[in-house]
Design a protein around this ligand. Structure first.
Ligand code: AMP
Length: 216
């Protein structure tokens, strides 16, 4: 099964993609994660993308389409994949259609996680992760049991994404509404779009996602 998770930053695409990965053996393809890894490794793509990401703008279509095209050729993709953060505009959606046709892959569903802007700002600006094991936390909603110590691995180092500050989040939401939200109409017209309330509890969202996928 191949699906796209669509939705604004902070709607829970990454969290839900990881759950679907565990439950269904699908592979999460997150362009944000791939770009952050490229920035960290200072690759040519990463060097180009860094400042753009820090502003909250979209990295050029050429770069992300090339990254996804390469990734879709890896063997694990045959298990089925979840696209998380791609496509982000009409040009990327059209490039994806062409890529999938060329690689004889099909898209089963596009699921929009709908969420409210002000709640998203609170969610995103408070989130951080354990630097050792990657467990996610939140300043208000999910604190470690012992302050400063990861519940899972006892690590004491934590990181925040460079683009999770309020100014950049507002800009990312603006970009989402202008360029990405219109993709709901694009996939709606193809009969592929389903919408799930991304403001519900994490477990409820997972349950709804599973129901929507089971309904086909
Ligand atoms: P994300 O982790 O999906 O929130 O993405 C973080 C940042 O990476 C975005 O704000 C963009 O700067 C960049 N990015 C991720 N995916 C894409 C994409 N499909 N197209 C363009 N830029 C992207």
């Amino acid at each position: 099964m191949n699906i796209i998770l669509l939705g604004p930053p902070g709607a829970g695409k990454g969290t839900q993609a990881k759950r679907l990965e565990e439950r269904r053996g699908l592979v999460q393809l997150s362009t944000g994660d791939m770009l952050r890894a490229a920035v960290e490794a200072k690759t040519p793509y990463g060097l180009k993308a860094k400042a753009v990401m820090e502003r909250g703008d979209l990295v050029s279509d050429d770069i992300v389409v090339a990254i996804i095209a390469e990734r879709l050729d890896e063997p694990d993709v045959k298990q089925g994949f979840i696209l998380d953060g791609f496509p982000r505009n009409r040009a990327q959606a059209e490039a994806l259609d062409a890529m999938l046709a060329g690689k004889k892959l099909t898209l089963d569903a596009v699921i929009e996680l709908a969420a409210d802007d002000e709640a998203l700002i609170e969610r995103i600006t408070g989130r951080y992760t354990c630097a050792t094991c990657g467990k996610g936390y939140h300043d208000r909603f999910e604190k470690p049991k012992t302050a400063g110590v990861c519940d899972i691995c006892c690590g004491t180092g934590f990181t925040r994404r460079a683009d999770d500050n309020e100014e950049t989040v507002r800009s990312r939401l603006g970009v989402y509404h202008q360029q990405t939200a219109p993709l709901t109409a694009y996939y709606g017209a193809k009969g592929k779009l389903k919408t799930v309330d991304g403001m519900a509890d994490i477990d409820d969202v997972t349950r709804r996602l599973e129901e929507v996928l089971a309904a086909g």
